[in-house]
Design a protein around this ligand. Structure first.
Ligand code: HEM
Ligand SMILES: CC(C)=CCC/C(C)=C/CC/C(C)=C/COP(=O)(O)OP(=O)(O)O
Length: 312
């Protein structure tokens, strides 16, 4: 005789839910795919800081603690946003949204991850790395999610500072302090985030409109959005070249930043021209910039690491 897996009704929607959440549901709360790129900027920043191999032990400590901290930020984001997440197709099945994981259990899980991360960085890396990680967490949960996301179209510009902390965590873990170059890594991601996010927002703006989130294309339309994307893309590429003026990087990085930046500007320009000609944004037009933005950041940080290791 087969026994059906126990089910219970969702407290949010009434739909049937499994009786228990599994570790996979908890993992989903941490937004693993987004974290992969955040961690990439952390680990490559460690190589840049060390100008070589920072040591397997430290890489593992910072990797695990970085995942735990950013994961904890994702958990609290999903707790705070569970009302709007319920009304958007992309996010409606999240475990906090459906009620599969209770708010209480999610908060315990997220809190434990944050404490674990802070302690690991404090004792096994450096206190500054622990503070930088906590700053990233608070910027994402309090400044972005709790405060700006529902309040203003500037939400992702200012709140986007959260995603700029990972390289500072990596740098501080290796050196115990932060120099101007480390802050340039912060600034590059600060200018990159609007390009990354608004390209996506153009594709899903109707969902944001329905739930009343004031993302830029919802508030000021597509044309202003592509103009802003263009300006931030120019800013990103300009900033990416500045470390060369400080003498922090050599020709390998500069050539890579130029090549990668040219493609970022090309994709932004294509989107700009298409929208300014009066065309309605379709997925196929904004998707290349959204996808390339992620490859761009990943490869730029690889170039920085390779340059500082190979051209010592
Ligand atoms: C305030 C700043 C940011 C906002 C509002 C934002 C927003 C988003 C959203 C809504 C998605 C779609 C996720 C989904 O479909 O579930 C996404 C995808 C993604 N974001 Fe961001 N993002 C931000 C910053 C960053 C940063 C700093 C990084 C890493 C350095 C990053 C890396 C990624 C990656 C790797 C994906 C792809 C995930 C997937 O394919 O499911 N994001 N972002
Ligand atoms: C050092 C440290 C701990 C840094 C944390 C930085 C961090 C977690 C950045 C994440 C950025 C992100 C996924 C924003 C999307 O939120 P959203 O609410 O707009 O997206 P959603 O609708 O998919 O939930």
């Amino acid at each position: 005789m087969t026994v059906d897996r126990a089910v219970r009704p969702s407290p949010m929607t009434g739909a049937a839910l499994p009786a228990r959440a599994t570790w996979r549901d908890y993992l989903a709360l941490t937004k693993p795919k987004v974290i992969s790129l955040l961690l990439w900027t952390t680990l490559t920043a460690m190589v840049m800081a060390a100008r070589g191999w920072p040591g397997l032990g430290l890489l593992i400590v910072v990797g695990v603690a970085g995942y735990a901290s950013a994961g904890s930020a994702g958990v609290f984001n999903m707790i705070i946003d569970r009302d709007i997440d319920l009304r958007m197709k992309r996010t409606a099945t999240r475990p906090t949204t459906s009620g599969l994981i209770s708010t209480r259990n999610a908060a315990i899980f997220g809190g434990a991850l944050q404490v674990l991360s802070f302690a690991m960085l404090w004792f096994w890396a450096t206190p500054l790395a622990a503070w930088m990680s906590l700053a990233g967490f608070l910027t994402y949960v309090v400044v972005y999610t709790r405060w700006l996301k529902r309040a203003t179209w500037h939400n992702i510009v200012l709140g986007g500072a959260a995603g700029c902390f990972p390289p500072l965590v990596g740098w501080a873990a290796v050196t115990g302090n932060l120099n101007l170059f480390a802050w340039f890594l912060f600034a590059i991601i600060f200018f990159w985030t609007p390009v990354h996010f608004w390209a996506l927002a153009l594709m899903i703006k109707e969902e944001y409109r329905e739930v009343g989130i004031p993302m830029l294309p919802v508030v000021y339309g597509d044309k202003l959005t592509v103009m802003q994307i263009g300006l931030y893309a120019i800013g990103t590429v300009g900033l990416s070249l500045m470390p060369a003026l400080l003498g922090e990087v050599g020709w390998l990085y500069v050539l890579s930043a130029l090549g990668l930046g040219a493609l970022l500007l090309r994709d932004s320009w294509r989107l700009y021209r298409y929208v300014m000609a009066g065309n309605k944004v379709e997925r196929r037009v904004a998707l290349p910039l959204y996808l390339y933005s992620m490859l761009y950041l990943a490869l730029l940080f690889v170039a920085g690491a390779a340059d500082r290791v190979l051209l010592v």
